[in-house]
Design a protein around this ligand. Structure first.
Ligand SMILES: Cc1cc2nc3c(=O)[nH]c(=O)nc-3n(C[C@H](O)[C@H](O)[C@H](O)COP(=O)(O)O)c2cc1C
Length: 395
């Protein structure tokens, strides 16, 4: 064979023609008969096969359409803060204790609500896209696992509907609106329906996420923001939700008068903002970066937690979320001063993958891990969890 022919045989055209030939054979009925007839029908594991919250994520992925999966998973822009939320837990080590209790006590009372475990279902939008029974299915799973649910302002079902059926206390999350009468009317309704606390979310959010933009041609339908958010969702070239750009501290003074139950401020990431919240009559500080969906390149919540706890000085409870996936994560946050932790995506994975039993199971897994971590760290009760348990090595 002459050299030019050898080069040709390894060249691009030759490879292309071989690929075409292989494609022809693969598409033939003979080859198809050899294929697995069940391809494309993934086996969904039974609930008792799942060992950690992470195990639910691929099942969730298999069970919901891609745009809905993405809506739950993504963070804003480069997703730096989304990743950092998880990374931060690796920078905190738990120190083993000598005398653990066989069955540590995990019960607590936060803002007047008794809780079997210091876990909250963080408010997340539109559970109707994850399950036909929407927030009712989440509530039932949370109730069976003994967790308190914070119902989002942009829930698929009205708060009153869930509250009427609920046996255990519910909290309500508010996205304040520029029209104060609209806030007053909504707050009156949810409090009349029995909201035990109101969580006012003040962090900004992008209206459109890059993952959704990239995915728009792949999804069966274009990703839609949940209804009723009150922000401008389209034709907004800066992608910040204009519905929330007007927030000012005096808003708290107005809202405070309308909220007769305890009020928490969600989205606090600095000691200064925490102090201002206290000046404006807030009953709890909720440290959160919206699960990496607010300001990208902002800090992880675990990094800023200690300075906020110090600024609050024990005057009100400090709630915490963003990145919690394991019981040990919760113990780390509590060692750094949180009174309770919220689970956002975790609860959505449970709901979208298995409905009510999934929510219950995923919560039970995290609760069991929490008890296990408490025992190994030598904690007999939540009161014995303190900074001596944690060694922080931030980079
Ligand atoms: C899909 C999704 C929807 C959310 N919707 C809301 C909401 O309606 N109101 C709100 O205050 N926070 C909302 N959040 C933020 C959560 O309350 C919580 O701060 C965040 O999920 C915590 O991070 P994690 O998912 O890592 O646990 C949402 C988060 C996600 C992932």
């Amino acid at each position: 064979m002459i050299i030019s022919e050898i080069l040709w045989s390894r060249g691009y055209l030759r490879r292309r023609s071989l690929q075409a030939l292989a494609g022809f054979f693969a598409a033939s009925p003979f080859a198809r008969a050899q294929q697995d007839p069940f391809r494309g029908h993934p086996r969904i594991p039974k609930l008792d096969e799942l060992a950690t919250a992470f195990d639910f994520e691929p099942v969730f992925h298999a069970q919901v359409p891609r745009s809905i999966y993405d809506y739950t998973m993504y963070g804003v822009d480069s997703e730096f803060t989304l990743r950092r939320n998880r990374q931060a837990f690796d920078w905190v080590r738990l120190l083993p204790g000598a005398a653990g209790a066989a069955t540590p006590s995990t019960s607590t009372t936060i803002l007047g609500t008794p809780m079997a475990f210091p876990f909250l279902i963080a408010p997340t939008a539109g559970h109707g896209q994850l399950h036909p029974e929407a927030e009712m299915a989440t509530y039932r799973g949370a109730e069976e696992a003994g967790a308190t649910m914070i119902v989002s302002n942009v829930s698929s079902l009205p708060f009153e509907k869930i509250a009427t059926a609920a046996k255990s206390p519910l909290w309500f999350q508010l996205y304040p609106r520029p029209e104060m009468e609209a806030n007053a009317e909504l707050l009156e309704r949810v409090q009349a329906a029995g909201a035990r606390a109101v969580v006012v979310t003040i962090d900004q959010q992008a209206s459109v996420y890059e993952r959704a933009l990239h995915g728009r041609n792949l999804a069966a339908s274009p990703p839609r923001a949940p209804r009723g958010r009150g922000g401008v969702q389209s034709a907004n070239k800066y992608r910040v939700n204009e519905g929330r750009l007007w927030y000012e501290w005096k808003l708290f003074d107005e809202l405070r008068k309308m909220i007769k139950v305890p009020m928490a401020a969600k989205g606090i990431l600095t000691a200064e903002d925490a102090r201002l919240c206290l000046d404006h009559g807030v009953d709890a500080i909720y440290v959160s970066n919206h699960g990496g969906r607010s300001l990208d390149y902002g800090p992880s919540t675990l990094e800023v937690l200690p300075e906020i706890v110090q600024a609050v000085g024990g005057r009100v409870p400090v709630l915490f979320d963003s990145g919690v996936r394991r019981g040990a994560d919760a113990l780390k946050a509590m060692a750094l001063g949180a009174s309770a932790v919220g689970l956002g995506r975790v609860s959505r994975w449970g709901l979208g993958a298995y409905g009510t039993p999934g929510v219950k199971k995923i919560l039970e897994i995290v609760q069991q891990e929490f008890v296990h971590a408490m025992r190994n760290a030598g904690c007999a009760s939540l009161a014995s969890i303190d900074a001596s348990l944690a060694k922080v090595d931030l980079p």
